[in-house]
Write a protein that binds this ligand. Structure first.
Ligand SMILES: [Fe+2]
Ligand SMILES: [Fe+2]
Length: 262
């Protein structure tokens, strides 16, 4: 059995902190073979600097996925070739730096592909149809590997539609972007492991990782305010563990992970 841990969107300083504090223990106690995490909010809530990319890889993450905040830190364009294990949504415009899918080889020559997609409902940043993008990839490039997909999308319906459309053709899918973990973790009829949203790693007493004050002002009074990650107090780590049979490439168990830290 291959165990993949996926961590929901890592938000700001507190998100990076709890990942650094907890990851090695989670890996050890759950016999994790490969770690994927969404890093689109790791640098002050928007984007991913090279320093923070290296910090997260150094903490034990094997592959980092992105989303609609891909372009927020300019370094990701200028120094893209230094972000070696970074994946950005496959269906962004073809001119976007980087790659949308990558193959990793772990112990015993087991091959794991990670693909990142972005949705089209209530979210910007995508360029082409995520269903076609994944279908083309599977037809042209995927051989016989474990295939994990991070579908960065707002609408649960869109995430479920893509997961069911590719049920049995991909090993596992995690939704990201809402920063709220859903409890619909399950195995789909043809063996794809699924959860609508993995959640986030960041400040617990927050709104999606951000300081509530400015978001309440915007929501209540319509005031234009700047969103900043909450930088103190309790932290939460949300993740999902997928147990995948390396022979069938199908998922046999999907478990949610929730860890709190003061
Ligand atoms: Fe996010
Ligand atoms: Fe997002």
């Amino acid at each position: 059995m291959v165990k993949i841990l996926f961590l929901g969107d890592i938000v700001g300083n507190l998100g990076r902190q709890i990942v650094k504090d907890q990851l090695s223990e989670i890996k050890k106690s759950n016999s994790i073979d490969f770690v994927v995490a969404n890093g689109e909010n790791a640098t002050h809530g928007k984007g991913l600097s090279l320093a923070h990319y290296k910090e997260l890889i150094g903490a034990g993450i094997d592959c980092i996925t992105m989303g609609n905040h891909f372009y927020r830190v300019r370094e990701i364009i200028d120094k893209n070739d230094e972000y070696i294990s970074l994946i950005r949504p496959l269906n962004m415009h073809p001119s976007t730096p980087g790659k949308g899918s990558a193959l990793f080889v772990i112990k015993d020559n087991i091959r794991i592909r990670v693909t990142n997609l972005i949705g089209r409902v209530f979210i910007d940043g995508g360029d082409s149809n995520p269903f076609d993008a994944l279908n083309n990839l599977i037809e042209k490039e995927v051989k016989d590997e474990i295939h994990f997909v991070d579908f960065h999308a707002e609408a649960t319906g869109e995430k479920m539609a893509l997961a069911l459309a590719f049920d049995g053709k991909i090993s596992a899918l995690a939704g990201t972007h809402t920063h709220v973990q859903t409890n619909d973790n399950r195995i789909l009829p043809n063996g794809t492991g699924f959860v609508s949203d993995a959640g986030m790693c960041g400040a617990y007493d927050s709104i999606l990782g951000d300081d509530p004050t400015s978001i309440i002002s915007r929501s209540w009074y319509g005031q234009p305010t700047k969103f900043t990650p909450k930088d103190d107090g309790k932290k939460i780590l949300n993740g999902v563990i997928y147990s995948i049979n390396e022979k069938t490439k199908k998922c046999e168990k999907v478990e949610l992970v929730n860890i709190f830290e003061d």
